[in-house]
Ligand binder design. Structure first.
Ligand SMILES: [Fe+2]
Length: 415
C-alpha cells in the first residue's frame, strides 16, 4: 500500500505542535520540581522566553494587600526599577476580563484606558505582550514578554502555547500563595499556642506558689518537686508530653492541701490521729479538684491521688503496690520525698544530701521504686561530676553539701 503523503505544511504544523507539547511538558516539570519558588519562577520564565524566542520578559505576582505587582523573575529587565508596580484593586477586573494574551500594540478597545495609564510601565519593561495570570476569578499576577528575536511577529500558535504555559504558571503561583498563607497561619497558631502555654504555666505556677504559701517551710516545694521529677524523666528519655505531665504534676501534686487547716500544716509537733487523718485526705481531695479539669498532658488527677502510695503497698489512699503504681507516680513520689528530706520542715530540720541519699537507698523497694531511685542517683552523680550542663537538681538544693562525701555515697550504692 502506498504511504499516505504528508504535505510540507502539515509537517511544519506537526513539528510546531510537538514542540509546543514538549515545552509545556518541560514547564510542568519545572513547576513540579523540588526547587525553591524563586528557582521555579525563574526557570519557568526562561523556558517560556526560550520557547518563543524572546529576549526580555518578567513575571509578577499580584499582592492584594499592597495593591500592586511585585516582580518574581525577570530577564533583560532591570528588576531594581520595579519594587512595586501599583495596580489598585479597582483595575483588577480589567485584567480578569482581558484576553488570555494582550498585544500591547493592538489591544482590544476595552483595554485602551488601562494600557494608556500604565504605558510608561510597559515601556520600561520593554513589553510587547501582556499575559494576565489568573486562577478562577482571582488575578495572581502578570507575565510580560518583549519582542521576538529578529522582530518577527508572534504567530497564532505561539499565542496559544503562551496562553497554556501562562495557565500552568498561574496555578503554580496560586498554589505557592496558598501554601505561604497556610505557613503563615500555622506560624500564627504556633505563636498563639506558645502564648497560651506560657499563660497556662504561669497560672499553674501561681497556683503552686499559693499551695506552698500555706506553710513558710514548704515555700518552693512544688517547683522543686517539678524540677526533680523532670530531671528524672529526662534521664529516662521519656516522651516530651510525659515530661510536661511530670512538670505539672510536680507543681500541683499537693493541691489538695488547700483544704487542710493551716494550723495542721504548720504544726511543729507530731500530728494527732485526727490531724493525721485530715492531712492524709489531701491526695484524694487533690484528685477531686484536678479530675474536674481536662489537662492536655498526662492524668494529673491520678498523679495527685497516688503521690503518697508506696511500692510495698503501705501507702495511701488506695494502698497500691509495685507495677500498679504508674511510673510517673513513682517518679513524683520520690521527687516529693527527696525534697522533704533535703529541706527544713516545721517538725524537723533537713537531713543533708548524703544522708538523704542513704535514706532513699534504705527505702528502695519499700517506699520507692528501686529503678527510679537509681535514676536519681545517676542524675546526681552526673551533676556532681560536672557531666550535666546546666545541672537540673543541684541548683534547687537549699543546703550546703560535701560533694566528695555525696559521691562516695553514690559510688557505695553501686558496689
Ligand atoms: Fe503530698
Amino acid at each position: 500500500m502506498k504511504p499516505e503523503m504528508i504535505s510540507p505544511q502539515s509537517q511544519t504544523s506537526v513539528r510546531k505542535m510537538l514542540y509546543a507539547f514538549s515545552s509545556l511538558n518541560d514547564l510542568g516539570q519545572v513547576i513540579t520540581s523540588n526547587g525553591s519558588f524563586d528557582e521555579v519562577t525563574r526557570s519557568g520564565l526562561y523556558l517560556i522566553l526560550g520557547t518563543l524566542s524572546v529576549a526580555r520578559g518578567a513575571i509578577f505576582h499580584y499582592s492584594t494587600e499592597e495593591e500592586g505587582l511585585k516582580i518574581l523573575a525577570a530577564k533583560g529587565v532591570d528588576e531594581a526599577m520595579f519594587p512595586l508596580l501599583p495596580l489598585p484593586k479597582e483595575e483588577v477586573p480589567t485584567l480578569l476580563t482581558a484576553p488570555h494574551v494582550v498585544n500591547l500594540d493592538a489591544a482590544p478597545a476595552g483595554l485602551d484606558d488601562f494600557i494608556a495609564l500604565h504605558g510608561e510601565m510597559f515601556r520600561c519593561l520593554h513589553a510587547a505582550l501582556l499575559v494576565p495570570l489568573r486562577v478562577g476569578e482571582e488575578l495572581v499576577g502578570v507575565l510580560t514578554l518583549g519582542d521576538r528575536f529578529g522582530g518577527g511577529e508572534y504567530s497564532e500558535e505561539d499565542l496559544q502555547v503562551l496562553a497554556m504555559m501562562a495557565q500552568q504558571l498561574s496555578v503554580a503561583i496560586h498554589n505557592h500563595r496558598l501554601f505561604s498563607l497556610l505557613q503563615q497561619k500555622a506560624e500564627e497558631n504556633r505563636t498563639l499556642y506558645e502564648d497560651l502555654r506560657k499563660i497556662y504555666h504561669d497560672t499553674i505556677r501561681a497556683f503552686a506558689a499559693a499551695i506552698d504559701a500555706k506553710d513558710e517551710y514548704t515555700r518552693g516545694h512544688s517547683a522543686r518537686v517539678a524540677a526533680y521529677a523532670v530531671a528524672i524523666g529526662e534521664e529516662l528519655r521519656l516522651p516530651e508530653e510525659v515530661i510536661e505531665g511530670l512538670r505539672l504534676a510536680g507543681l500541683l501534686h499537693d493541691i489538695g492541701k488547700i483544704t487542710v487547716d493551716s494550723s495542721i500544716i504548720r504544726k511543729k509537733t507530731c500530728l494527732n490521729a485526727e490531724e493525721m487523718l485530715e492531712m492524709h485526705r489531701h491526695p484524694a481531695v487533690g484528685y477531686e479538684i484536678l479530675s474536674k479539669i481536662q489537662f492536655p498532658w498526662g492524668d494529673l488527677s491520678s498523679l495527685a491521688r497516688h503521690h503518697h502510695e508506696k511500692i510495698d503497698g503501705k501507702g495511701y489512699p488506695d494502698g497500691l503496690s509495685g507495677e500498679d503504681i504508674d511510673l510517673e507516680v513513682r517518679i513524683i513520689t520520690l521527687a516529693d520525698a527527696f525534697d522533704a528530706m533535703t529541706t527544713d520542715r516545721p517538725y524537723r530540720k533537713q537531713i543533708g544530701l548524703a544522708e538523704a541519699l542513704q535514706e532513699v537507698k534504705r527505702c528502695m523497694g519499700s517506699q520507692f521504686d528501686a529503678d527510679v531511685a537509681r535514676v536519681l542517683f545517676r542524675v546526681l552523680e552526673k551533676e556532681l561530676s560536672g557531666g550535666v550542663d546546666p545541672p537540673r537538681i543541684l541548683p534547687h538544693l537549699t543546703m550546703e553539701y560535701d560533694a566528695a562525701q555525696v559521691c562516695r555515697v553514690i559510688r557505695a550504692f553501686y558496689q
